[in-house]
Design a protein. Structure first.
Length: 312
């Protein structure tokens, strides 16, 4: 990208990227303001440090004309001297729902496209983090669901978790980038869209400004607690013996159960499932078993066992 003076919003985004990376970058770009600002900032950081920067535009094929939008986004990036390619994916929403399936397909495509020495940059902002915490609170799934999105996990980085969405739009204006507004972001059929346009504005109006920042700070605190408890649970190597499990602190025991069930093949576990399995330990009175997603858990001779579910 051609060198020029940075505006205040562009500078904030550039500083966020500079603080988060130290190697070549692959930017996931949807064409929205957040990811376009991220790509432009990454190009500035890459130029300063002589790190390679390129972008991938994932076409989920879920909207009419999505292929053309993805192509235009890639062309816009090339115009600003950011190498970009379009990757089309198939989204199978039969098992996990549309949003989750699209996310899985997108992350798989990005992981495949990335070189071993590249980090993958995602354009989630502080506003996205606040929405994620509220959604986790609504699900009632415990402290991990309040931990929001981590700044880094594996090859993925989220440099903009401390940057407001309004800043990325101003940054695009400063960079001379025209962004695309995804209509799904305003579609009330999607829970996140309702949180974004209805719930958070009401909280700001009734409780005062700074709610999004407070929710983001909550995510940071919850993540630290959840990481600590998860590490303690991961270190536990005992048998799935009901008496032994009963002696664990509930916060550790539930994580041990969660990890055990996931390893056995159960996904999309919620607190209601873990509570039911925990009853086999703490409130045993001869239950025949408990059904969780993809598995049936039984207690036999004091041991928990996870089996394939009984045919309906």
């Amino acid at each position: 990208m051609t060198r020029k003076a940075l505006g205040p919003a562009g500078l904030q985004v550039v500083q966020a990227v500079q603080a988060a990376v130290s190697s070549r970058m692959l930017v996931a770009c949807s064409g929205g303001a957040d990811s376009l600002a991220l790509a432009a900032a990454a190009a500035v950081v890459g130029l300063r440090n002589r790190w390679g920067v390129r972008a991938v535009v994932v076409d989920h094929g879920l909207q009419a004309g999505s292929g053309q939008i993805a192509k235009q986004t890639a062309e816009r990036l090339w115009t600003h001297e950011i190498a970009a390619e379009v990757v089309a994916v198939d989204v199978d929403a039969d098992k996990v729902g549309l949003e989750a399936a699209a996310r899985e397909a997108r992350y798989a495509a990005l992981s495949t496209a990335a070189a071993p020495d590249e980090v993958i940059l995602l354009g989630h902002t502080l506003d996205d983090q606040a929405e994620t915490v509220l959604l986790g609170l609504a699900r009632g799934s415990g402290v991990r669901s309040l931990a929001g999105m981590p700044p880094a996990r594996g090859p993925f980085r989220r440099p903009l978790l401390g940057v407001r969405r309004a800043v990325t739009r101003m940054a695009c204006e400063e960079f001379g980038l025209e962004w695309w507004e995804d209509p799904q972001n305003a579609d009330a059929r999607f829970t996140r869209a309702r949180v974004r346009h209805d719930v958070l504005p009401v909280l700001e109006a009734q409780l005062g400004p700074g709610i999004a920042e407070a929710l983001a700070r909550t995510a940071d605190a919850a993540r630290a607690d959840a990481d600590c408890l998860d590490a303690l649970a991961a270190a536990w190597q005992g048998p799935m013996d009901a008496e032994t499990l009963a002696g664990l602190d509930p916060a550790i025991r539930w994580r041990v159960l969660r990890d055990w069930l996931r390893a056995a093949g159960s996904q999309e576990l919620g607190s209601v499932h873990l509570a039911a399995v925990d009853e086999l330990i703490t409130n045993w009175h001869g239950q025949k078993g408990v059904d969780v997603p993809g598995l049936r858990v039984v207690r036999v001779a004091g041991q928990l066992r996870a089996n394939d579910p009984k045919p309906s």
